[in-house]
Write a protein that binds this ligand. Sequence first.
Ligand code: CO
Length: 233
Amino acid sequence: MTTPNPYRTTESQPPSATTPSTAQDHIATILSQNASWAQYTYSTDPTLFPSLSAGQSPKILWIGCCDSRVPETTILGLKPGDVFVHRNIANIVSPTDLNALSAIEYAVVYLKVERIYLCGHTSCGGVVAALANKKLGKIDTWLVPLRQLRMKHAAELEGLGDAEKGKKLVELNVAHGVEMLRQNADVLQAVEERGLTVHGLVYNLQSGRLYTVDVDEERHVHEKRKEAFEVSG
Ligand code: CO
């Protein structure tokens, strides 16, 4: 049995790639669904929109994959205003990605989030692509860090079936991304000064459940990282 979507009006249908309709029909449908959602949300919490229009103070920075099946606010059971978000294909954290760096800086330095969650997911198309050798285009350049991980951990990946291999590379990518985040100067400073924490997660598409990737470390590892990456002034 499926639960009825409270946001959906009876006179409108959700936009669908398989429903033949014009762009105008799609726009009308989107606007209608949005109106229903806004009305429903307001009826359940009349203070939400006025409070969000005054400003945001999310506690979480979420870095995840673009994948349509992993909508962070929904799967966390949270609301607009709860999660500051950066998503890219295969949730890759590269130290020179200006887009990610800007999102991290804004979240950590200005919004002062308390936690960063880096989340990968099972059946990630980017990971599958990085485990194959088919030329796709610009995305191949984006996926270079995943191929580097594939090469570095070739011995661990060898002998695993396709699904297990994919899951392993998803987890390795999350663990590596957490390390990249911890080396970020803004993150490093916030960890030191106010106890910001960075966590690794994987979302299982089959169950809808999250699990943690172990990224705990001993204090001396943090100290060594600090020596190499801390900048100030
Ligand atoms: Co993905």
